[in-house]
Ligand binder design. Structure first.
Ligand code: AHR
Length: 522
């Protein structure tokens, strides 16, 4: 006799909602080997990026201490609460392109007396400098996050950069350290990472790899922070399929006694069309746009592979990390908004994009030790969107929240067997992407993405040498591909509880179409 569940499965298969394996085809199987441990998935893979761009910092996060909007030290309480719940491990600031026009002295001292500048990178709007060094570190301390400060190589000087670092980190009685104290901060700030420039090949100065390398070696020599407060340095690297930056930098960056170089940065954005003039819409897209977007985001794995291979030529022991400090979707801006503010909606598709990227980053965690999604609030693939006093959490936020157990977890051996392809027209991508790790709480976690918007998948799950009693976790999916939250309907898409028990020693997961699933294995 058929159980009700079998009947439902047959109905789903008949309607195309559940992928029934064709006759003779084997079910998709995920096999985890918890004895085969891989690298630690650095928590900073879940890093964020907050640039002085549009309403990313001002309005989106910073309202000032005298605002009617409830705030702590000028930072909005609602956004702070949401970001704390996300366990943001790291924040990169102040840019991006903005970093190479930012002069740190503009952002210290009494706020009312700070100069107003023009943000020439992002719309020529006024930059009030209300958020400066002290405010940024207060934000990081409120979030309990590590800090990544991006220095100005493009339009600054080596002296200006060295003095910023002295201001932030000196515990001496030097005039700069005393100025910091006068401005309200006695002990040095905790600068975890410091980058010398950003996109030196473009908005950071139109340089060649060789020119940038010489400048990096020169600047790094003069960034003399006291040992106890010395940040790890970040080398600004390449983008897309151009590997000459990774290759040249890995071979020519000089070691400096006592200075850690965390790695070489790299940027890749996912555009549905792959065309910067017409990128594609954030919402209201069709299935061709869906598969093209996922296909382009999956391409990051090949880009990581070629960049790692380029770095391996001179750094086979993998001293330098490949740090993807800008990634995510980049769509045509929302109609009616300032085109320079890069404001876009985020849908279920973005959550799937984020999860596919996480699974790839985990698989390359030996080199990929940091990533920073662009960006945290109101800009590009944001976690949070704000409108005056209102705030919504995006599906991307939910994907980050579901993957929290993977922060500092140990990657585990895992195979996806009999994976099928999801195909539309000429594009074909794997239906299932997965990643497994042992988290700091001791449990084994599994993340699964079903890329197919039309078919659920039944997946057999096994743990080598162990019986699985069941799984428990969270599932993110929706009826439509562009499901999203709005200020009027802020909870249209959010994760739901998911659990399954093993039956007769067999553990089967039903993973709905177009979904992200993260479970702990019991
Ligand atoms: O994230 C937006 C911009 O994209 C950054 O400022 C820049 O580094 C990149 O080109």
């Amino acid at each position: 006799m058929k159980t009700p569940k079998t009947i439902i499965a047959l109905l789903l298969a008949a309607t195309g909602l559940l992928a029934a394996p064709a006759w003779g085809a084997q079910a998709i199987e995920i096999k985890i080997d918890a004895e085969k441990t891989g690298p630690v998935i650095n928590k900073n893979i879940y890093g964020q990026f907050a640039e002085h761009l549009g309403h990313g910092v001002y309005e989106g996060m910073w309202v000032g201490p005298h605002s009617k909007t409830p705030n702590t030290k000028g930072w909005r309480n609602d956004v702070l609460g949401a970001l704390k719940a996300l366990k943001v491990p790291l924040v990169r600031w102040p840019g991006g392109c903005f970093a190479d026009e930012y002069h740190w002295r503009d952002g210290i001292g009494p706020r009312g007396q700070r100069p107003v500048r023009v943000n020439t990178s992002w719309g020529g709007v006024e930059e009030p400098n209300a958020v400066g060094t002290h405010e940024f570190f207060e934000l990081a301390e409120l979030l309990g996050a590590d800090t990544y400060v991006n220095g100005n190589l493009g339009s600054g000087t080596v002296q200006e950069m060295a003095e910023w670092l002295e201001y932030m980190t000196s515990d001496s009685k030097s005039s700069l350290a005393e100025l910091r104290r006068k401005n309200g901060r006695n002990k040095p700030f905790k600068v975890d990472f410091f980058a010398i420039g950003n996109e030196a090949w473009g908005c950071g100065g139109n340089m060649t790899p060789a020119h940038y390398t010489n400048l990096f070696n020169q600047y790094a020599l003069f960034l003399k922070a006291p040992k106890a407060h010395r940040p790890a340095l970040i080398v600004s690297g390449g983008y897309d399929a151009d590997t000459k930056w990774s290759e040249h930098l890995a071979a020519n960056i000089k070691d400096i006694d006592g200075v850690k170089i965390e790695g070489i940065s790299y940027h890749y954005y996912t555009l549905p069309t792959g065309d910067w003039t017409v990128k594609g819409a954030a919402l209201g897209f069709n299935e061709t746009d869906w598969i093209n977007t996922l296909n382009r985001t999956l391409h990051i794995e090949e880009l990581i592979n070629i960049n790692v291979a380029a770095m391996d030529k001179s750094d086979p022991k993998r001293k330098f990390g490949l740090l993807l400090d800008e990634w995510g979707t980049w769509y045509d801006v929302e109609k009616g908004t300032n085109a320079s503010f890069l404001y876009q909606q985020s849908s279920l598709r973005d959550a799937v994009v984020a999860a596919l990227n996480f699974n790839i980053f985990h698989a390359h965690a030996d080199r990929v030790r940091m990533t920073n999604i662009a960006q945290m609030v109101n800009v590009l693939q944001a976690m949070i969107l704000t409108n005056k006093d209102k705030m919504i959490l995006t599906p991307t936020y939910h994907a980050f929240q579901m993957y929290i157990p993977f922060q500092d977890a140990t990657a585990l051996g895992m195979e996806v067997l009999n994976n099928t392809q999801y195909t539309l027209e000429k594009v074909s991508i794997p239906s299932v992407s997965a990643s497994a790790a042992r988290a700091k709480d001791g449990k084994v976690y599994l993340a699964v993405v079903n890329t197919n918007p039309n078919k659920a998948e039944e997946i057999d799950l096994s743990l080598v040498g162990k019986n699985i009693a069941g799984v428990k976790g969270q599932l993110l999916t929706a009826k439509v591909m562009d499901a999203h939250n709005t200020f009027a309907q802020p909870r249209t898409i959010e994760p739901v509880a998911y659990s399954e028990k093993a039956k007769a020693g067999k553990m089967t997961l039903t993973v709905p179409a177009k979904s992200v699933l993260v479970v702990a294995i019991e």
